[in-house]
Ligand binder design. Sequence first.
Ligand SMILES: Cc1cc2nc3c(=O)[nH]c(=O)nc-3n(C[C@H](O)[C@H](O)[C@H](O)COP(=O)(O)O)c2cc1C
Length: 214
Amino acid sequence: MAGKLSIATSEFNQLMSKEEEAVTQPILQVILASTRPDRRGGAVANWIQRVAKEHAGFGVEEVDLAQVALPLLDEPFHPRLQQYTKGHTKEWSATVDRADAFVIVLPEYNHSFPAALKNALDYLFVEWADKPVGLVSYGGISAGLRSVAALKPVLAALRMIPVLEGVSISNFGELITEDGELRDDAGRDAAGILMLDEIARLAKVLMPLRTRFA
Ligand SMILES: Cc1cc2nc3c(=O)[nH]c(=O)nc-3n(C[C@H](O)[C@H](O)[C@H](O)COP(=O)(O)O)c2cc1C
């Protein structure tokens, strides 16, 4: 009888933990940082979104900075205070606030990251803090790595947690098909999965931490 009861209890606990997992699945926002007309970053963002959906560790949302369309920072108070005066800031704050983790898809412009990304980051502070972030860069021979190097100190200033495992795509123009998508590459998929695994690992421990100190 006791044996039966303990099996039933362990089955119940397993079911409950599966249920909890489903409820607390972290929200991953894939932020597309290039905003130009005819930009090519959409192919890269589509690729990592596909991998993230297949990964199944997150609820995946796309955040396209071209659609968010923030003006140059126009708030009078430091974002730490969260005393937002503009509708676009309040909307941006609500979007970023609901995320538990991010992947930023970024090109390299003149050896750094796009100004639209810096502007979008500068608008907020608390909403970014204590959240893991993976970086997917693309470019010519440099694969956007100078862009990544320039971005990391900015993320640290916002108390974000960049993961080591990123994806850097070199000569990416040659990898785009006629349909405007990135050509399949199992090695790149594997690098994406490694990055997402690490983001998921950190998101799990950071989520309760944020709740506790909110
Ligand atoms: C303003 C500008 C600056 C660029 N600077 C670099 C650079 O420093 N290094 C690089 O590898 N590619 C550079 N490129 C080429 C970009 O990698 C390429 O145009 C890419 O498609 C940009 O991404 P996007 O189409 O998503 O905007 C630059 C492109 C632009 C428009």
